[in-house]
Design a protein around this ligand. Structure first.
Ligand SMILES: [Cu+2]
Length: 155
């Protein structure tokens, strides 16, 4: 009797995991998200990731935000006359079956005023919203890495 009771539950779980996989496939898929650990005095951090559009229609990322920070903005680093500048990016276009990379020295997510001190090994939540009204929740590890100081420039 106990076994008979458990089998439907197992099938329900299988069905639920199938559903969530299907729903994730309809939206944007995020690979290798990470947040660069900032110096202790810094209140600005940068996050990087690979955004994949698994669908056959273009998608637009309209906003990325985080409950772990007061604010978050997508930026692009450009070098003009040998000086690195960061420009706001209002929207990120993902071509059909294409991807966009946020990486040091290029596109990145700027994270302002963490709600708690964040050190290497911690994890933060990022919410990626798109023009279809879908959103993806991502757990991004905080990593200590040298170089590519996107967060240390003027704001
Ligand atoms: Cu920036």
């Amino acid at each position: 009797m106990q076994i008979n009771m458990r089998i439907p539950a197992a099938f329900a779980l299988l069905f639920l995991s199938f559903l969530s996989t299907t729903m994730a496939g309809a939206a944007v898929d995020v690979e290798a998200p990470w947040v660069r650990e900032a110096p202790p005095a810094s209140t600005v951090l940068a996050a990087y990731m690979l955004l994949n559009n698994t669908g056959d229609k273009p998608r637009t990322i309209t906003r990325i935000d985080s409950p772990d920070f007061r604010d978050a903005r997508i930026h692009r680093t450009v070098v003009e006359d040998g000086v690195a500048k960061m420009l706001p990016v209002e929207q990120l276009q993902l071509p059909a079956s294409g991807s966009v990379t946020l990486e040091p020295g290029g596109l990145h997510l700027m994270l302002f005023d963490p709600q708690r001190p964040l050190r290497d090994g911690d994890s933060v939540i990022l919410l990626i919203h798109d023009s279809e009204g879908d959103s993806v929740t991502v757990h991004a590890p905080v990593v200590r890495k040298a170089g590519g100081h996107d967060h240390s420039h003027h704001h």
